[in-house]
Design a protein around this ligand. Structure first.
Ligand code: SF4
Ligand code: NI
Ligand code: CU1
Length: 712
């Protein structure tokens, strides 16, 4: 048998399973049952992407989708047909998995060990770490590794390099047996017990093409080009490989994802695409090299692993050796610039007791003082560096960090402590990462770790708080009018090729991660990088926020895809979205206002759409008047939708989002319009689940939007 035959056989096997699954579902649910995977705006996303069609009912799955899938499965022995049959195998798997969800009332058909299908929101959440290379690549591990130890070594090996890992089949129980922590938040995702669940990671790549890439559904070549160029994924498939797995491998290779396997029987290597390999110690490096992924590692003298994946790690009270709790004790974390002569590079000082002298499970004071100097360092960058402390500390395995300044909370796990983690290691990490990430501005750096209660208190009140107060004054005074330049951010072009954010003091990047100060620092750190200066010449309309220079910048940096953009309007040439926005706002016609939904919100909105459905209305660097992705912080900005009347248009937000922005939003409403407690006038999922209740609520509260000029 040839490799071609194996792919063709396997694709037939998977197709037959899909056809049977559809028949079973029709028997149980009837032909008119509605078909979709949950929490996605794309129905069966892979089928939709490759055929351009949505199949709304089981009957249409049976009559149309299966026939459409068969079109991909021409078995004339040509290379092209191997690839399309591989794609057909994936599409069949999507049908199988979708039916499993349907038969389980659209709930996950698996037990807690498995994650199953990923929501649109989860994919959008991955946007920023992917563009910043916090996730430099994606590994898909299929079937049982030779032993649980090898499975654990591979998974942890990938994780330590930042690679996101998806697991399919027997390797999941091996990982559990070897005590590997699993979960979406720590970027090791156990998809499902059987091969067809592999579609859930294929679906991530395919939806990235739809969400970020604005690929046209049905554009087979365009989608494959997108995944090949932009999704750095690869597969490790473990022996024994059945034909269906080989066929899935054909699909992976069609998408541009090379496969490495330890199978030796009945398999043939294909240069650059299918590698036969069984040196497990080198599997991680060989796979990364096979997909041509570049990994940057900072050498650090610490006894625990460091990777962005550990950012999502949670340390429970029982697993905790020590906790520094800034809400109860005097804690602080501060970056300040001092004279270079006063810094001894790489000096780490501990003031107070070390961890072994504290009681297990106890609380301690912690102050982290990072002092830097450099020719290109500016005081404006201090806050940019300081905010990174959160990530640098949190990325250590066994250390959890939340908050900032003097309300941070740090937990050190027993495992980390037992591995030898001590106070000075905070210094080591901060030193190494500051020097590494801010190389262009930080020439010298020293870190002082305070654990002494009195010293912490003294420093907090007498040094740190006055510095923060001064910084906040500076931030307050930064407005779009008061600065001479704005910045572009084009980081997301790696996924969304024509998207450009224009970042201003009063409008941060839509991902929420890039403020004007961040952009300014990025320009200094990487002069030809994603953040370029945008001058403010040629004012066209102050209220709209349009300038000739801004238009010229978007035209240049979108390489002609876009020619005009306003900064303060949602209707006239609004700013584009890539896909990783924190929030989406959209016009709500009945109330003459807008609703805003954050990515974390899973329910529906008064206009009958969920976050995912609203989000799918925009993205991929295309302007869609009436819908706009934006950062949470922008909601309280004086420039939010200023052209259409500003924040007074906001009529509905999920409760949790309201709470997050309440203080700042109330402040802005008071300042601009003299309204007290504006947030109380805004409806939420409890007070207004639909349009009717929304208008009632707003009328009762005398919400200003009702009497404003018609929006449309
Ligand atoms: Fe992407 Fe815009 Fe955020 Fe830059 S500011 S990372 S382009 S969303
Ligand atoms: Ni951590
Ligand atoms: Cu983005």
């Amino acid at each position: 048998m040839t490799l071609f035959d194996r792919v063709f056989n396997g694709s037939d096997d998977m197709f037959n399973l899909a056809a049977k699954a559809v028949d079973d579902a029709i028997n149980q649910l009837g032909p008119e049952a509605a078909v979709s995977l949950p929490n996605t705006a794309y129905g069966l996303p892979c089928l939709y992407a490759f055929t351009g069609k949505k199949y709304p009912t089981l009957a249409s799955l049976k009559e149309e989708a299966l026939a459409d899938i068969q079109e991909f499965m021409n078995h004339d022995p040509q290379l092209h047909n191997v690839f399309t049959s591989g794609v057909g195998t994936a599409l069949s798997a999507e049908v199988i998995e979708t039916v499993k969800y349907m038969l389980n009332g659209n709930e996950k058909p698996y037990d807690d060990r498995y994650h199953g299908h990923l929501s649109d929101a989860e994919i959008r959440e991955l946007g920023v770490p992917l563009v910043t290379d916090d996730i430099p690549g994606v590994a898909v591990l299929i079937h049982e590794a030779p032993s649980p130890e090898i499975a654990a070594d591979l998974i942890k090996g990938y994780q330590a390099k930042g690679i996101m890992v998806f697991l399919v089949g027997g390797i999941i129980d091996q990982a559990i047996a070897a005590d590997v922590n699993l979960g979406f938040k720590i970027r090791i995702v156990p998809l499902g017990p059987e091969l067809p669940s592999v579609i859930h990671v294929v679906s991530v790549a395919i939806r990235a093409a739809l969400i970020f890439g604005a690929c046209t559904p049905g554009d087979y070549d365009g989608i494959l080009k997108y995944t090949f160029d932009r999704v750095k994924a690869f597969v490790n498939a473990f022996a024994p490989l059945d034909d269906m797995t080989v066929a899935c491998g054909g699909g992976a290779i069609a998408l541009g994802f090379p496969v490495m396997t330890d199978e030796t029987e009945n398999i043939w290597s294909v240069p650059k695409s299918l590698l036969l390999y069984n040196e497990y110690e080198n599997y991680v490096d060989a796979s990364i090299e096979m997909r041509n992924i570049k990994i940057k590692i900072t050498e650090m003298d610490i006894p625990v692993s460091y990777a962005a994946a550990f950012e999502g790690e949670i340390i429970r009270r029982n697993d905790m050796q020590l906790e520094a709790n800034g809400s109860r004790l005097d804690c602080f974390e501060l970056v300040r610039t001092i004279d270079a002569n006063d810094i001894e590079d790489h000096k780490i000082t501990l003031i107070g007791k070390d961890f072994e002298e504290f009681e297990e499970g106890g609380r301690f004071n912690l102050g982290l003082l990072v002092e830097v100097a450099g020719n290109a360092m500016q005081s404006d960058f201090e806050s940019v560096l300081e905010r990174k402390i959160h990530h640098f500390i949190n990325n250590m395995e066994g250390i959890m960090h939340t908050g900032q300044r003097d309300n941070s909370n740090i937990r050190v796990s027993k495992t980390a402590f037992n591995a030898g983690f001590r106070a000075k290691h905070f210094g080591e990490v901060l030193y190494a990462k500051m020097k590494d990430e801010f190389e262009a501005v930080v020439d010298k750096c020293q870190v002082t770790v305070y654990t002494d209660a009195e010293e912490c208190k003294d420093f907090r009140f007498n040094v740190a708080i006055p510095i923060w107060d001064k910084r906040d004054e500076r931030l307050e005074s930064l407005t779009d009018e008061s600065v001479d330049v704005f910045y572009t951010c084009t980081l997301c072009q790696s996924f969304s090729p024509s998207h450009v954010c224009i970042v201003t003091p009063e409008r941060l990047g839509l991902c929420g991660a890039v403020s004007w100060l961040d952009a300014k620092a990025t320009k200094e750190l990487d002069p030809s990088g994603p953040c370029q200066i945008v001058t403010k010449g040629g004012l066209i309309d102050e209220v709209m926020g349009s300038w000739d220079d801004v238009n010229a910048a978007v035209a240049q940096y979108s390489r002609g895809a876009l020619s005009q953009v306003t900064l303060y309007s949602i209707l006239e040439d609004p700013m584009t979205s890539c896909g990783c926005f924190e929030c989406i706002c959209g016009i709500e016609p009945a109330s003459n206002g807008v609703i805003i939904v954050n990515r974390e919100y899973v329910g529906t909105t008064p206009i009958g759409m969920s976050f995912g459905e609203l989000a799918s209305m925009t993205g991929g660097g295309i302007q869609t008047p009436g819908f706009m992705g934006h950062g949470k912080h922008f909601i309280a900005s004086k420039k939010f939708m200023r052209a259409e009347g500003g924040i007074e248009r906001i009529v509905w937000m999920p409760k949790q989002l309201k709470e997050t922005v309440a203080d700042r939003l109330n402040h802005t409403a008071k300042e601009l319009y003299g309204i007290d407690n504006f947030v109380d006038m805004i409806a939420d999922e409890e007070t207004a689940p639909d349009e009717e209740t929304l208008v009632e609520f707003l009328t009762e509260k005398n919400h200003p939007a009702l009497s404003m000029d018609p929006l449309m």
